[in-house]
Design a protein around this ligand. Structure first.
Ligand code: S3P
Length: 170
């Protein structure tokens, strides 16, 4: 079974995903990191040298290549659910969990972690909030198609486990 964590940049998918996988003794894939390793380039360098469209194709290929019979936690990139039929692919291959966060929480988290994110790295504080508002509006219809939606601000691995498995621990 695959658990996909989805949500906006800065919503904590990677940190939570790593912890969740550890708790379940499952494999963990961070999509950005996986593509970086494969290409030998950081995400911002990929955007610069190869372009966003090319990066989206890498995300799509990775999602298509996942084997749904494996026990796997996947932290997706913030844009991944919003391109092509990626949301359908994830919903078919596993359980999708949207870590939903308030725009101000996202802004304060991204304020400190902008540099590695090509879409926001050159934005000032006010531009950042405006960008988050606009992008969230565009993206929420995709994120809202997740099987489960949980408030991301203080979510713990146990909350995800309860949400996904109820009383049927794997
Ligand atoms: C992106 C989110 C990033 C990364 C890339 C584009 C987006 O992942 O894939 O910078 O379009 O929202 P994180 O959500 O892990 O920051």
């Amino acid at each position: 079974m695959i658990i996909f964590l989805i949500g906006f940049m800065g919503s904590g998918k990677s940190t939570l995903g790593r912890r969740l996988a550890k708790k379940l003794s499952w494999e963990f894939i961070d999509m950005d990191h996986f593509i970086e390793e494969k290409e030998g380039l950081k995400v911002d360098a990929m955007f610069e040298k190869k372009g966003e469209e090319w990066f989206r194709k890498q995300e799509q290929d990775l999602l298509h290549s996942l084997d749904p019979s494996e026990n796997l936690v996947v932290a997706t990139g913030g844009g991944a659910p919003c391109f092509g039929n990626n949301m359908d692919v994830m919903n078919e291959k596993g359980v999708t969990v949207y870590l939903k966060m308030h725009e101000l929480s996202l802004a304060s988290r991204l304020e400190n972690a902008r540099v590695v994110r090509p879409l926001v790295k050159n934005l000032g504080p006010e531009e950042l909030l405006a960008f988050i508002r606009k992008k969230l509006q565009e993206r929420e219809s995709f994120y809202n198609r997740a099987h489960c939606i949980i408030k991301g601000e203080s979510v713990k691995p146990d909350h995800i486990i309860a949400l996904v498995f109820g009383n049927n621990w794997p």
